[in-house]
Design a protein around this ligand. Structure first.
Ligand SMILES: Nc1nc2c(ncn2[C@@H]2O[C@H](COP(=O)(O)OP(=O)(O)OP(=O)(O)O)[C@@H](O)[C@H]2O)c(=O)[nH]1
Ligand SMILES: [Mg+2]
Length: 321
């Protein structure tokens, strides 16, 4: 009989140590990758076994209900497009609400998701420290099958654990921790933890991922810039502005963003692209956070491919002023 890893859901196998799901003894509870992640905090990048599309297809064919989880720093358009691909009854959950700065009203984010991103279903704000809203919602849902979907690292597995007091599921800051559907009984229902959507800049860089962990509330970092200086994110992504403008970064405290003067950086030679930024925009660096730009300007991006940038209208201004 085929057995699955209790931590990540992958099918266990004892034939090929180089492939996912490997265990020396098929009776073991966790695959080698989960075992090492749980005990030694060791990370091994893997290719996701299940195609994202086929996972969504299975969900969309079910008669279940979907919770879409996305953390505050990753509410970018490409993630929200994934939400719109869910065709069964659903709701939108902004996770890691403990990290949202006090100065930002949930109501503004909610209206922005509705207006800018066309989210018409219910929107909740939750964190692992506060799962009661999720419990309440689940207790009122007339569905047996509940799918927890969303980008990798959004906190799906952490919420399953917090809801069910289940300690077997593996949780980590590394991307694609969960590798398959994991069915967990909850009340009279079945919750299905799933494989996270993954399109982040950080995917191949464990050291960088560690700098994106949100240990406490985000402190917005305000940096006035002009055409004679650049902004550096972790010494490699560089932003050059064409005029004086104020930039406010929302990111983990661990991620370094600094202003540097002069144009004599080695990164000048790397491929770049330029974007026109409208007043009151968010520029998302997928997986790293975002910045709010108040006035119109042009930004030239160095050392980051265009696919890792999403730009959209901000939730500052407009909705509450
Ligand atoms: N600050 C904060 N961090 C959280 C919260 N929930 C989860 N995390 C952290 O976010 C990281 C990812 O958590 P997971 O539960 O593994 O995320 P996931 O969505 O299951 O990720 P994949 O399995 O890779 O798709 C871990 O480092 C968690 O500790 C939360 O409510 N607040
Ligand atoms: Mg997970």
């Amino acid at each position: 009989m085929s057995k699955c890893c209790k931590g990540c859901g992958v099918l266990l196998q004892n034939e090929d140590p180089s492939k996912i799901g490997y265990v020396e003894n098929i009776d073991q509870k966790y695959c080698r990758r989960c075992f090492r992640m749980r005990n030694y905090h060791e990370f091994q990048k893997v290719d996701i076994p299940e195609e994202q599309g086929s996972m969504l297809e299975k969900v969309n064919k079910s008669k279940g209900f979907a919770f879409f989880f996305c953390d505050f720093l990753n509410l970018y358009s490409d993630n929200i497009k994934c939400y719109h691909q869910i065709k069964i009854p659903k709701l939108f959950c902004v996770t890691k609400s403990d990290s949202i700065p006090e100065s930002i009203y949930y109501e503004n984010i909610r209206k922005w998701l509705q207006k800018t991103h066309h989210v018409t279903e219910e929107i909740l704000f939750i964190s692992v420290k506060n799962v009661h809203k999720l419990k309440e919602k689940l207790s009122r849902l007339p569905y047996q099958k509940i799918f927890f979907l969303g980008p990798t690292n959004a906190g799906k597995s952490s919420l399953v654990k917090a809801l069910t007091n289940q300690s077997e599921i593996t949780v980590s800051e590394m991307p694609n921790t969960t590798l398959n559907f994991i069915k967990v009984p909850y009340l009279e229902k079945q919750i299905y933890d799933t494989v996270g959507f993954a399109d982040m800049y950080t995917l191949d860089d464990p050291a960088l991922i560690k700098k994106t962990i949100l240990k406490k509330q985000i402190r917005p970092l305000i940096i006035p810039v002009n055409e004679s200086c650049s902004l550096l994110i972790e010494d490699f992504i560089r932003l050059q502005f064409d005029r004086q403008v104020q930039v406010t970064f929302f990111k983990s405290d661990l991620l370094k963003v600094q202003k540097v003067y002069g144009k004599n950086t080695a990164l000048l030679d790397t491929p770049s692209f330029t974007k026109d930024i409208k007043a009151r925009s968010h520029v998302y660096f997928k997986g790293l956070g975002f910045c709010y730009i108040k006035a119109p300007c042009k930004i030239t991006f160095y050392n980051i491919a265009e696919e890792y940038i999403n730009i959209c209208e901000s939730f500052f201004g407009g909705y509450h002023e």
